[in-house]
Design a protein around this ligand. Sequence first.
Ligand code: ADP
Ligand code: MG
Length: 494
Amino acid sequence: MYSDVQKDDLKRRNADMSRVKPVEEDYGKPLTPERLDEMIQRVTGWALLNGAQRKITATEFRERVEPVAITLFPSILPVDVLRKAKSLQTSFQTLIYKVANDHEFMKECFSGLLSVDAFTKQLWDIYETVTNEGPAQEVSFTITRNDFMMESTEEDGAKQDCKQVEINTFAASGCGVANSMVDVHRYSLSLQDFPFEEEQLPENNSIDGLAQGLVKAWQLYKNKRAVILFVVEPCTPDHRWLERGVYRLDRSIKVIYRTFPQLIIQMSFGENRKLIVDGAEVAVVYYRYGYAPKHYPTDAEFKLRLGMERSRAIKCPTVAVHLAGCKKIQQVLAEPGVLERFIDDTDVIKDIRSTFVGLYRLDAKDSSKIITQAIQTPERFVLKPQREGGGNNLFGDDLRNYLEKIKESPERSAWTLMDRIQAKRHRNRLIRAGLGPECRNVVSELGIYGVHISTPSSVLENFESGYLIRTKSEEANEGGLCEGISCVDTPFLV
Ligand code: ADP
Ligand code: MG
């Protein structure tokens, strides 16, 4: 801990905002090509050491990893922005839970698009089936990641506000590598001899919190022999971080990993809709897979999902919460008066609404006006279908051409139009394959993790659990981590 003298020094330095302003470019110390080369080698080595890595191929040893794409330095972020985004997390989670449990509202939102969006319709049918049957499990367990980009609120960019990109309620990824990065960036700043306070690169605890959520859900199932099932695809290492988090909290809890094809063969049901995989009763299903149409190549996968949803296992998330995370819901929540349906506190409503940018349906009576605007100035908008996982949105000319094509057709109901967030640009070096490490204009996306566990009668857990910052070059439209477009980053708080 700090001595009084150190605390005074810290206060003085934190008060002196000009201290941090000139550091954007390599934190004030120009890098020669040789020095840069050495920095990259040492910092990526540090990243590997800390677990900021991704799996690339299977070999005879089954696993091969490389450092995940990272920024060389942390990105400057006003402390108020992080504070605000974090403070809203529990309200957003309550909101999503309420939406997911409001059948009438869900019907109003989705009715227009089910006939033109086959994948959402399949999920909807599963949702309707379990809703009509009545759930076998009343505990709802959700891990969320609420994503924002930062806009300047003043000319010089010193003040920023966060604007919501989307909230993920299914397979929120990136938590492990995000946790690893704080230490990496503390190291890169030390290599630059740049002084900083611990609090300026805050610890990131997402794994601990999310693992606590998993353990709590497992406890609520009340069978010490039952397992946690991670539904996975072969190449994402996130879940391993979560398994380690669970292991550190309670070694008696067994975690099993299965893919959809394995589950199709191994899954069965016991009495009282118990979910059984390979002879083991499942307490909690954690989905890291199952969000994209390509994960369901045949009816067997939808049947599998229905089976899991119908079962007594606690699902992270339920299909209702999965659907509540759709862009369509985000768009309807931004309509006047809708937040008021779910939230009483006017200050909370105001704060949540302040994070919204314009969101538009394309099938309203007066939609033609906004469609015309988007066709004329596509650079001001993003066009989104009801999909997750990156690479589905349309920008620029693609957006214009597609809107021209669907503007009169029923298919337009499947899409949501959104104002493009004018993300605050800053400078950093992106260390990733196929891109030079020069200092470039970049933009960052801040994700806040959280856990929500509830029964219809009481909220059992609702907390915020750390952050993820992804940074990409300003020209990139989308920013997938898995695709290697975005780089894992940390905030340097000012
Ligand atoms: P997905 O479910 O595929 O992750 P997102 O809504 O998160 O869909 O969009 C993917 C990416 O596209 C985001 O990470 C962000 O980089 C970019 N993006 C999405 N919406 C906006 C927006 N309104 N303004 C600017 N960029 C956006
Ligand atoms: Mg996203």
